[in-house]
Design a protein around this ligand. Sequence first.
Ligand code: GLY
Length: 573
Amino acid sequence: MQKTTKPLNNFKITSVILAVIIIISSCASGQLGKNNSGEYENGMVVSAHPEASHVGVEILKKGGNAVDAAVAVQFALAVVYPNAGNIGGGGFMVYRSASGEINTLDFREKAASGASRDMYLDSAGNPIVDKSLYGHLASGVPGSVDGMVEAHKKYGKLSWAEVVQPAIDLAANGFKITKRQAAELNGLHRNLMDFNPNGTAFVNLESPWKESDLLVQKELANTLKLIQEKGRAGFYEGAVADSVVAEMQRGKGLITKEDLKNYHSAWRKPITGMYRGYKIITMPPTSSGGIALIQLLQSVEPYPLKKWGFNSDSTVQLIVEAERRVYADRATHLGDPDFYAVPQVGLLKAEYNKSRMANFNWNAATPSSSVLAGEIKGSEHEETTHFSIVDHDENAVSITTTLNGSYGSLVAVKGAGFLLNNEMDDFSVKPGAPNMYGLVGGEANAIAPNKRMLSSMTPSIVEKDGKLFMVVGTPGGSTIITSVFQTIINVIDFDMSMQKAVAAKKFHHQWLPDEVYLEKDAMDSLSIEKLKAKGYKILIRGPIGRVDAILRTKWGTYQGGADPRGDDVAVGY
Ligand code: GLY
């Protein structure tokens, strides 16, 4: 795609001079494409695993565009990051082309045709918690492979075979696991054995996994090869589909051959909104994330966050009250738009979100019990993964993809070598009953055959003055929305670099339970005491989010933000 050429104004001339200095200094340091601030000029991939980030950049260097790289990274993560990277799950893509075209792809899983509203309730009508979380019945029909086929068909430049090949190589030849992965696999040893009595590559029968051990996945390599040769038919039909159905029969799951064959991802119109002059491009339902993100930004925009400062008591109090109201809306109004009329227009009105904040009282916390959804006229279990990509032409891709829980349902399809999701838990199993993230829901997100379960994933792209500004997203279950929100305001309101904004300590509130979660050292103790005195229940918890993001600087270079909470790596060129 061509960049438009416009006359240079003074600022641009200064920028060009600075860019020339940057290029000269980076050539002098022998790192073509990288300047002395660790910024890159040609493109960048930020993902949860070093191998996957490198795969993406190699595709860019070969002349692939951001979508080619995204497809390669999605498949690579299915090999090297099996706790969330997947072909047995689903996700969302937000796309912005160099020329400003925007689009989103919903490749979220669907409930099987045999699914029913009360399928996870006992005879007394109470949720059987583990039933939607572990084993064969917890899985929705996977969407990732169809999503990648569709994305590549519409926007890809390299051949399909070229973008799938790196994942095949990683699966067939093996890759060295990180220390974190060795610990996770050892921690799950017993569960993986129980759910996969016929064996799986993730179980090491000889000795516990150690850092740098080679994880070879022959069955997965064969599956990827079939996908490479036959496209979607290589996964949704033939030998792989047979293996999925055999697995379902073994574990009394619901997914049938017809369910697989009938699965299709959906292109959807992006949600857009403005915040302090920046345009936010984000994911519509089936994600709740995009609507909730814009609602949060609209709720806080009238207030001087910059003056109050990063994570000051006033900033945190305001944001917590906004989050309380937005998550109350989420619980009532959001679900699969193909099944439920989501009142999107009303929820995205700035006046609506301003009016929701009208009853907020600076002197005391608003109890969540007194906050209902507005009336609209008109840690380990947070495993999802996000990657951000920008190519040489400034096409950008923001993908969040998931199996839901870490290693999904823990069932690896025998003969096909991939893990199945436990995404059914993202439905509202019973009105008012919390899911594993403590989120509640009702009619909008009730289980129905072939329906998509509501998500919080919030892959997003930010524009400034018609140019790309940021590509951002994160895993984290219910905390996804608030982590993306905080990363955006960390840059826009608190002038942080991309890496600093990603690493900055985060906090979270979600209406119910009526508790504020803080990462350790997210606020100073005096500010915490001030909030407690106003009635906020504050709990310190483990890491929140694992944001992977890219910022385009005013000089046109790319800053990566790779979350230090994981093994995440930004690779540019
Ligand atoms: N499974 C997490 C989400 O989609 O929000």
